[in-house]
Design a protein. Sequence first.
Length: 309
Amino acid sequence: MDYRVLGRTGLSVSAICVGTSSLGSHPAPRGTDTAVATIRRVLESPFNFIDTSNEYGDGGNSEKRIGQALAEAGGLPEGFVVATKVDPIRGTNDFSGDRVRRSVEESLERLGMDRLQLVYLHDPEKITFEEGTGQGGPLEALVDLRDQGVIGHLGVAGGPIDLELKYLATDLFDVVISHNRYTLVDQTAEPLIQDAMARGVAFINAAPFGGGMLVKGPDAAPNYCYRPASPAIIDRVRKMEALCAEYSVPLAAAALQFSTRDPRVSSTIVGMSEPDRVEETLQLAGTDIPADFWDRILPIASAGSGELG
């Protein structure tokens, strides 16, 4: 496994980050057992980077189940990084500074930690930039918690590229996450990557499979980024499938390595909700892909970039 320094944080993280958005969605008790077993397997694997959020799973189940696995392991192993995100209470628009402080308290309790290494402002598009950065808002609270030592480093994780660029311009963030916008289908995150590099901010790429299309193909998974894919996207992915078949390369391996092979991407978030997904992801990351394959697939990938923004 390749390990990379996470921007100016100084943290060393695996090139693949374990995503846990689905870890809390399976009903207990079986869901809890599966989730805990998944994290247990992660702790034994080369992956040392786990991503979660206050809102993942009903009642914060993702964080709770990670916390249970960590407690059983005797705490967070040395060298591991767990990142979480602040969120409003589900069903509300309360993204105030007070809500952010409560969100952090909830995460600390669920994870069983007394300090959070990395916390993201999650989906800031839920409010205006002025609300996010204004007095009494979420960014003010995050900076205060960082200055108190409750949080080690701050990040922003969202969708719209223009909005994330505005947040990076505050120079208060060490890490940025973009999802679905740096894949074989769409590379509209390119300006964000370039800006992050110029600022010394770590760029983390989430959803390299676009919600499943770049694993199962467009016939089995016709949606991209939570909505029906355009005919142009479907046509391009079919061309990619044909090329992958020619080289005996799984489409999912090409999609994952498109991200991991880029040295500007500090880590790529891949969802893992079952123990078997750990080994499957390792196999995809380790698949041998010839250089001439990339010479042929990258022009197809870039032919229609700019779908999402």
